[in-house]
Design a binder for this molecule. Structure first.
Ligand code: SF4
Length: 322
């Protein structure tokens, strides 16, 4: 997905960018942008990062308005951390296929089957589920969160591939929830093997939300920020990267001297495109409208926010694994 000159509504990209820059100043708004966002969204962002980095940024801002260019659970997280600030999500279509696999009622019933066990919860979950967790983690610090949880047996939700990736690294017993990210689950071992045949000298880096048969073939399994650091530090010149296309494109822009291939190069079907439709629901027009029309404001009930905040703060104390 190259940066377009003309946007979906037929207007020039530059006009939207200029308007957004002016609105940001007038309204003292901070724009946070997840790495999976469209390239043109990166251009108007104040901070670009993964879930962990953006959560951290949300704790430090003095801006009264945060425009969250990401998905719903991320904007909720920003609101949990900043209850006095206005948090805007440019479109309510920006959900998350993984977060939708878990509900507060579902997780309460699951916990009841394992009385007394701590719940480590991946940040890709609704606020009401975070309120049920002992500690939140991201793909940067899952192992640290598991090790920090009390006891020798730990519930880990909602991504089962994160469980497959973490269990071999700890002596604790993990009990997984049956959830998946549909985007990473669609990245098959066939796609990877074909990419490896085309690029036999490339290092393979994949996200821990990928399937175990894919991670088994990788040189490294890393969070999105870990991937950027890895490519930067490596003396290698070719990489196959297994995660959402927006991050692959960002790495291509950051390191133009290196050859960086997505899985999608070998399969252009919709199901295997490596594009998250939720992340791409945020467009430059919608970011402008968010600032012009104050939409869509994210709210989290206070009793949920207080409980979710405690679990999030435990995560922020941990720092990163990778
Ligand atoms: S890639 Fe999309 S569906 Fe998958 S976890 Fe991220 S936001 Fe959710």
């Amino acid at each position: 997905m190259e940066t377009p000159k003309i946007t979906d509504d037929g207007t020039e990209l530059e006009k939207h960018i200029d308007a957004i820059k002016r609105l940001k100043q007038e309204r003292h708004a901070l724009v946070l942008c997840h790495t999976y966002q469209r390239p043109e969204i990166h251009l108007i962002a104040d901070i670009v990062g993964d879930s962990y980095a953006l959560s951290l940024a949300a704790t430090k801002t003095t801006h009264p308005i945060i425009v969250f260019c990401g998905v719903h659970f991320m904007a909720e997280t920003a609101k949990i951390l900043n209850p006095s600030k206005k948090v805007l999500l440019p479109t309510l279509d920006a959900g998350c296929g993984l977060a939708e696999t878990i509900t507060a009622n579902g997780v309460r019933a699951w916990k009841a089957q394992y009385p007394g066990l701590p719940l480590v919860l991946y940040i890709n979950s609704p606020a009401a589920v975070k309120a049920e967790a002992d500690i939140i983690c991201t793909s940067t610090n899952t192992l640290k969160a598991v090790e920090a949880a009390y006891g020798e047996t730990v519930l880990l939700a909602p991504d089962k591939n994160l469980y497959y990736n973490t269990q071999p690294k700890t002596r604790k017993k993990l009990i997984p929830w049956e959830g998946y990210c549909p985007v990473h689950k669609a990245m098959s071992v066939d796609m990877l093997e074909y990419a490896m045949m085309l690029h036999p000298d490339a290092e393979v880096i994949v996200h821990p939300e990928c399937n175990p048969d894919v991670t088994a073939l990788a040189h490294a399994v890393l969070s999105t920020s870990g991937m950027v650091d890895y490519v930067k530090a490596s003396s290698k010149n070719e990489f196959i990267i297994g995660t959402e296309l927006g991050l692959v494109q960002m790495i291509q822009r950051m390191f133009p001297e290196k050859k960086v291939y997505p899985f999608t190069e070998v399969s252009k079907t919709c199901d295997n495109s490596c594009v998250c439709p939720y992340m791409k629901a945020v467009t430059i027009e919608k970011v402008r409208q968010a600032l012009e029309k104050d939409r869509y404001e994210i709210a989290v009930p206070e009793e949920i926010r207080i409980k979710a905040l405690a679990a999030l703060q435990r995560m922020l104390l941990l720092g990163r694994d990778t």
